[in-house]
Write a protein that binds this ligand. Structure first.
Ligand code: HDE
Length: 662
């Protein structure tokens, strides 16, 4: 061991003292070196998206799209290393993983023509249309300044006060109240670039493009009551899930798809393609799949990589360009600015996680923490030196060239009229959801607005909702126990005739099997080892995992076994909310003993009321009884005495039985 200057240490346990009991000497350079570094370990957390988790991976381009873009990252067959950081938005660094919130979905591609950062979210629209309002939005959603709470929650007065006064938020609120805001894991989320960007081909011709990430694992969320309990029992639920999946070799994958369209479509579309509160339905411009991302390596050090990674919307490569979306334009100032604040030096781009993996050549010099030893004589251009001494030159052909759309007009602070319809797509989203998804949205509005203390805010919000969907507004008013307020006067009449977009429902991209999911098996002494083995084998056979839960972590004596088989969890630490489905294999006297344990009762009753599949054996009847579900068993409750393990596991693919009367 050495100190930070490389000097070998003889003792890392004791400070330098006079005599046996002190005083400690100022001379102790070893102690001072250690404390000095420790005192400065923290850097400012991200002002938004503070809580996140990163991983390394690879992007493989699968299609030839040279007709659309010259970006080298899309050369068919090319593999590009990348780093992803998923995040929540509102909570601080130490907050929990499953609040109701938008998730960040930021990807840094280390392409051979520099870094391309696609800094997106798991929802395709945003709360506001103009960067000018971003600080207000973030102030409103984060903890209230006069009390310092709530942490990582939108269910409070200032958030709803702001958004109820900003009708343009209505569409995004619909997504935020939907199941998308409480994903089961990062692995089961869709991602979106949100803004309209441009693709540019080798001749300089450009088309508009929107980016989509589609998880091969399928989409999945949890229910609200489950999220609340997950946050208590495992605040690191999402980061643990990603880490475990990658460490076990179950690498998550997302397809990258694009919606590409031209000016003609943009002009004919009902909404403005530059408005980030709008989607373009997939039914109108179908997705074109162009590559696949795989995450296959966890970070070595969370600070060095996940904390220090610096995403920036302005990191684009030749072949990709910005559009005039006013939110995007504001972002491209903010991200660079924020990195200087957080990382403290203009040389943050030299940190390993941020450094391009292609040659970097310029005449930028010096600054705090300069890592490079830039050689050559000239540090300016033009210069008359040749070769290495003269340094690099710009290349008009190969270099990045901005597209040249004609721009004209008066200089004004203005919101385009084409951005004025704030309600039609909110209604479209709601009406495109399945019945359970719609019910969850209604419940979420009622829950959140019930946490709001000022009645006028609740009413204003319901008044806005009437413009999006009358049935939804009526149901929310009923849930709040208020009279239906008069509808807010919309800037333009909302449209209720837009055809529903089935692709907006998570059910359209539901998983096809139990792969990547987890079965929690409650075991006891006398559990049948053959059945446990068969169920485990069947789950693992489809790519799922099994974890066992018992009364004592030291293990259980399975039927006929003398020695103990260790279990993965003690029951108190593994409530059923941490599993996608459960099996109750406890048997005999031990099942009765288990049923007296309060955590066991919750384990079973929560699994039932969260609509999960439950496998059980005859001996587990006391557990079903104590949870009050013995008389309510339905098609998602499987008697493993008669149902074969393979059939049980095949049934688990549907994940939940929403029809259940809980
Ligand atoms: Fe961000 N956003 N943002 N944002 N954002 C940041 O940059 C900002 C917006 C998004 O894992 C900050 O490095 C402005 C939309 C993600 O490190 C900051 C506006 C979308 C991440 C910032 C927006 C995002 C950030 C804070 C309105 C979805 C986390 C720390 C004009 C398309 C990236 C940082 C990571 C982070 C500013 C709106 C996504 C302050 C001004 C829309 C995923 O620069």
């Amino acid at each position: 061991m050495t100190d930070s200057q490389g000097h070998p240490l003889s003792d890392d346990q004791n400070s330098l003292k006079v005599g046996e009991r002190g005083p400690v000497l100022l001379e102790d350079h070893v102690l001072r070196d250690k404390l000095f570094h420790f005192d400065h370990e923290r850097i400012p957390e991200r002002v938004v998206h503070a809580r996140g988790y990163g991983a390394h991976g690879t992007f493989t381009a699968t299609e030839d799209i040279s007709d659309l873009t010259r970006a080298s990252v899309f050369s068919k067959g090319k593999e590009t290393p990348l780093f992803v950081r998923f995040s929540t938005v509102a909570g601080n660094l130490g907050s929990f993983d499953v609040p109701r919130d938008v998730r960040g979905f930021a990807v840094k591609f280390y392409t051979d023509e520099g870094n391309w950062d696609l800094v997106g979210n798991n929802m395709p629209v945003f709360f506001i249309q103009d960067a000018m309002k971003f600080p207000d939005l973030v102030h409103a959603v984060k903890e209230e300044q006069d009390r310092g709470w709530p942490q990582a929650a939108s269910a409070h007065d200032t958030f709803w006060d702001f958004v109820s006064l900003m009708p343009e938020s209505t569409h995004m609120l619909m997504w935020l109240m939907s199941d998308r805001a409480i994903p089961r894991s990062f692995r089961f989320m869709q991602g979106f670039g949100v803004h309209t960007y441009r693709f540019v081909d080798a001749e300089g011709a450009s088309a508009f493009v929107k980016f989509h990430w589609i998880p091969k694992q399928g989409l999945q969320s949890v229910v609200w009551n489950e999220a609340v309990k997950i946050n208590g029992s495992d605040p690191d639920y999402h980061r643990r899930d990603l880490w475990n999946a990658i460490q076990s070799g179950d690498y998550p994958e997302w397809d990258l798809a694009v919606q590409v369209f031209d000016d003609e479509f943009a002009d004919s579309f009902e909404f403005d393609v530059l408005d980030p509160t709008k989607i373009i339905p997939e039914e109108q411009v179908p997705l074109r799949f162009i590559g696949t991302m795989q995450l296959n390596r966890v970070v070595d050090n969370v600070f060095a990589e996940t904390e220090q990674v610096a995403f920036m919307t302005q990191n684009i490569v030749p072949g990709i360009d910005f559009s005039n979306d006013p939110l995007l334009q504001g972002r491209s100032f903010s991200y660079l600015d924020t990195q200087l604040k957080r990382l403290g030096s203009t040389n943050f781009s030299e940190l390993p996680v941020n450094a391009p993996r292609c040659p970097v050549m310029h005449f930028q010099r010096d600054g705090h923490m300069q890592m490079g030893r830039q050689a050559g004589r000239a540090n300016y251009e033009p210069n008359s030196f040749t070769g290495a001494a003269g340094g690099p030159r710009a290349d008009r052909q190969a270099g990045f060239r901005t597209v040249e759309p004609p721009e004209a007009g008066d200089t004004r602070r203005i919101r385009a009229e084409s951005f004025a319809d704030h309600y039609s797509q909110a209604g479209l989203f709601y009406r495109s959801q399945s019945t359970p998804e719609q019910e969850h949205i209604r419940m979420a509005y009622v829950f959140e607005l019930s946490k709001v203390e000022i009645p006028a805010i609740r009413e204003r919000m319901v008044a806005n909702l009437r413009n999006a969907d009358e049935d939804l507004a009526a149901a929310v008013a009923d849930g709040l126990g208020i009279d239906l307020p008069e509808a807010t006067e919309p800037a333009v009449p909302p449209r209720h005739d837009l055809p529903p977009s089935p692709a907006l429902s998570m059910t359209s991209r539901a998983p096809k099997s139990f792969a990547g999911r987890k079965l929690g098996v409650l075991v006891s002494d006398d559990t049948d080892p053959d059945l446990l083995g068969a169920v485990t084998g069947a789950v693992e056979g489809v790519g799922g995992t099994v974890e066992t839960i018992g009364l004592r972590v030291g293990g259980v004596r399975l039927k006929g076994k003398r020695s103990r088989t260790p279990v993965d969890h003690k029951i108190d630490g593994a409530p059923s909310v941490l599993f996608d489905a459960v099996a109750l294999l406890a048997a005999g006297e031990c099942a009765t003993e288990l049923s007296r344990h309060p955590a066991v009762k919750d384990f079973v009753s929560d699994a039932f009321s969260h609509y999960k599949h439950i496998g059980y054996v005859e001996g587990a009847q006391p557990l079903l009884s104590v949870a009050g579900v013995a008389g309510k068993l339905d098609q998602a409750c499987h008697d493993l005495g008669s149902v074969e393990p393979e059939a049980f596991v095949a049934a688990l693919a549907s994940l939940r039985r929403w029809e259940r009367d809980v």
